[in-house]
Design a protein around this ligand. Sequence first.
Ligand code: BGC
Length: 368
Amino acid sequence: MKKFVSLFLALVMVLSMFAVATAETETKKVGISMPTQSLERWNRDGSYLKEEFEKAGFEAVLTYSDNDAGRQVNDIQNMLADGVDVLVISAIDDGALNTVMDEAAELGVPVVAYDRLISNDAVSYYVSFDNYTVGVLQGQYVETALDLANAGDKVYNIEFTAGDPADTNATYFFNGAFDTLKPYIDAGTLNVVSGQTEFQQVATAQWNTDNALNRAQTVLSSFYADGTVLDVWLCSNDSTALGVAQAIESDYAGTNPIIVTGQDGDVANLANIVDGKQTMTVYKNVADEAVVTLSLVQAMFAGDVDGAALAASFGVPCAYDTESYETTPGNKVESFLLVPTTVTKDNLQYLVDIGLYEMGEDGYLLAK
Ligand code: BGC
C-alpha cells in the first residue's frame, strides 16, 4: 500500500511538472489592430509586426479597419472574444476606443498603444517615434533651406496642412513644426497668407489625400490666384503632401520652386522628391518600431520590463520616456520613442542603405 501511495505521489508530481512546463511554453496570441490599408505605411507596420511576432513563436491575428472607428472597435472585440493575450493597437479615433479598452482591462489583456497614443489607462505601454520632433525636423528644414535667421527684410509666404484631429499624433507634429517657425511668423519673416494658423483650420480628416488636395485648391484659388508667390507648404505627412503637391500643379500659377514637407517615405512621395514636387520627408523606420514592440511584449510576458535597460538593448536609438505622455490626466505612460530622420533628394541613398528600399533603374525608389 505504502509503495502504491508513493508511486501515486510521484505520478502526481510528474504530471504537475508537465502542466507547469506546458503553461510556460503555451503559444501566446497577439491581436494587432492597424487603422487602414489605404495609407502605405500601415501595410508595412502590419506585415512587419505579424512577421516579427510569428517568428518569435506567437500566434498573430492582424486586422485593418478601413479607417472606420466603429469597425476597429468590432475588430478588437472579436480579438478579445478570440482569447488574445495582448493587444497592439494603432487607433483610428482615440475617443472611440474607451469602451473596448475598458473591456480589455476587465479581461486582464494588456494593451500596447502602437504609434498613436490611446487616452485610456488600459494602455500599459506606448511605442512610437518622437512625434514632436517629427514636426521640429520639418520646421528646421524650412528654417535652414530659406536661411530664415539671416533673412533680413525678406518675407516668405507659407501655408500649413496638418493631420487628422482624431489621431493623437497630429497635434504633436503640427506643434513641433509651428513652434519651430513661430518666431519667424511673429517677426514677419514668414507670412501665412491665408491667415490659417490654428490646428483645426489646417487639419485633414483621416489624413486623406483628397481632403488635403481640396483644401489646398481652395487656399490657392482664394489667396494666390492674383499672382501672390507661395514659398512653403508645410505638410505634416506624405499622404497630405501628395494632395498639396497635386493642388500646386493644378492650381498655382507661379513657377518658383516651393518647399513641400512630408513624413513617412511613401513610394509616391519619394518619387515626388526625385521630381522636385516635394522637398523632404521625415522617415520613420517602422521595421524598428515592430522589433521594439515585440521585445517589449516578450519582456512583459517574462514579467520583467526594465524600461531603460530594454530601450538601450535595441541597437537603434530609442528613448525610454516616463514623463511626456499621459493616458489620462496625471497618469503617465511608459513610452519607447524611436528617432525620426530627415530625408531629401540628397540622402535618398540612406533608405537603400538601411535595406528597406531599392533604387530602380529609372532613379525612383521601390519598397522592398
Ligand atoms: C503616423 C504617421 C502617418 C499618419 C497617417 C500618424 O499617426 O504617425 O506616420 O503618416 O498617422 O497615417
